[in-house]
Design a protein around this ligand. Structure first.
Ligand SMILES: C[S@@+](CC[C@H](N)C(=O)[O-])C[C@H]1O[C@@H](n2cnc3c(N)ncnc32)[C@H](O)[C@@H]1O
Length: 439
């Protein structure tokens, strides 16, 4: 049957066949041998050519939108049945999403996803991994996810190959597992460091890259490339092994100051951090700078929420404290010792910036780099106006508030009193339209 009627509307039937290099199932062979039109990439069409009836129409997929509009035209004229060939599991980062937008009755015959195969070849579990596609997207989002998450699989594509990924991850303690041509006679898998990946020019398409944090995973146990958890992560207790994808946010945030090592209470208070984080909106794929980091509490909180985080401070002790806090919270924060704004010049472009110290010049420099928002915390009132002006000068929409929390404290007799914390002015400057970007 080429067409079926659903809710009194007649739709065309399309079988979507996944391909992973293994022999096709009987159902897939039958669909191919009875198809009137077959759509797929060049290598997939070549692989199934002997199974097709003579005279069957084929559509070579390059540009997906163009290919699917050709398929629609064919179905309107001929009625099918149609077969669409795709790699791995077509429902996972595959063509099923685009096909759903057409009025079609879709049957999917999946093969093993390249992501499943890559983790299998690496001998790694992946129910706690982050999987993302660099296809037609900004590579820095994949890089930022790799900064924050200890195990990430990247579906690579034009503009985001293993060499580019390696070059962007060079400064971080990461190892990469590159799986090329999975399921094909030319399959090749390689463990390497980011600089090694960056130096190579002969990576073959298609490939999947697994990026693991060597602080969390020991990738060189007994001289092999087996990856074994080195020390438990919070996720080991919270979400690994029972939920997929893993829980995206920690059980709590805007943590009390006592959750961080800090000097003389020089730390953003929890209430101020809560509002700052609400404006920063850190999440997977983002990069957040914490400038004038002090204890690094904001950077650590952003990393806990899944964002890549870079903490900048000119003070050696502040850098050491930030590292200690990141370690204690089992998150990855890149610490840069140096004075802003000069120290910011070479850093990758941030989505959001928190300025905890540095003055209006630093605020201006951050405002010119941030993609989405800059949040500034100020205790000194004489810095409010120049900081506001610096945000406005950079073309941002600026707003601000004064925050003065008074915390409840028990008195010796059991009564409660209010203990005031120091008032702080919080400013935020956002690029118009970007503030509520759903990403
Ligand atoms: C549009 S996605 C499709 C993913 C597919 N649905 C799956 O489950 O494997 C295309 C990307 O999948 C990966 N890929 C697909 N086939 C592959 C293969 N045989 N070997 C390595 N990577 C592959 C590559 O990263 C490629 O750029």
């Amino acid at each position: 049957m080429n067409r079926v009627t659903v809710n009194r509307v007649t739709v065309n039937r399309v079988t979507v066949i996944g391909w992973d290099g293994r022999p096709l199932t009987a159902a897939a062979v039958h669909a191919l041998s009875t198809a009137s039109v077959v759509v797929g990439g060049r290598r997939h069409l070549d692989a199934v050519a002997p199974l097709l009836a003579t005279g069957v129409a084929t559509i070579t997929l390059g540009n997906v939108a163009a290919g699917l509009s050709e398929l629609s035209a064919h179905l309107a004229a001929d009625g099918g049945p149609a077969v669409v060939l795709a790699s791995g599991d077509p429902g996972f980062f595959g063509i099923v999403r685009a096909l759903r937008r057409l009025r079609l009755d879709i049957e999917v015959l999946p093969a093993t996803s390249s992501v499943t195969l890559a983790f299998a070849r690496a001998g790694l579990p992946w129910d706690d991994a982050l999987v993302l596609s660099a296809h037609g997207r900004r590579l820095d989002r994949a890089v930022n996810a790799c900064r924050a998450h200890p195990c990430v699989a990247v579906l690579t594509g034009p503009g985001g190959d293993p060499a580019m990924l390696g070059a962007a991850l060079t400064a971080l303690p990461r190892r990469m597992f590159v799986a090329e041509d999975l399921g094909m006679p030319t399959e090749r898998t390689t463990w390497c460091t980011p600089p090694q990946a960056a130096a190579r020019r002969d990576w073959r398409d298609p490939n999947v890259v697994i990026v693991v944090d060597t602080n969390v995973h020991d990738t060189n146990v007994h001289g092999t490339d087996r990856v074994t958890p080195d020390r438990p992560t919070t996720e080991d207790h919270d979400s690994a092994g029972w939920i997929f994808p893993r829980r995206a946010s920690p059980p709590g945030w805007a943590l009390p100051e006592a959750a961080f090592t800090h000097r003389d209470s020089m730390i953003s208070k929890a209430e101020v951090r809560a509002v700052a984080l609400a404006h920063l909106g850190p999440g997977p794929g983002d990069l957040i700078w914490d400038v004038g980091a002090g204890s690094g509490s904001v950077a650590v909180e952003c990393a806990r929420l899944g964002a890549g985080a870079i903490a900048v401070d000119h003070d050696t002790d502040a850098c050491a404290r930030t590292r200690a806090n990141a370690h204690a919270h089992r998150v990855s924060v890149e610490v840069v010792r140096g004075a802003a704004p000069d120290a910011l010049t070479e850093l990758p472009t941030p989505d959001a910036v928190f300025v905890g110290g540095g003055g209006p010049e630093v605020v201006g420099a951050c405002a010119r780099r941030a993609r989405r928002i800059v949040v500034v915390a100020l205790a000194a009132l004489d810095r409010v106006r120049p900081s506001w002006d610096a945000l406005v000068c950079a073309g941002l929409d600026v707003a601000g508030t004064q925050l003065a929390a008074a915390r409840l404290r028990p008195l010796p007799d059991g009564a409660l009193r209010l203990a005031a914390t120091n008032p702080v002015v919080l400013l935020w400057g956002a690029h118009t339209g970007n503030q509520h970007d759903p990403r």
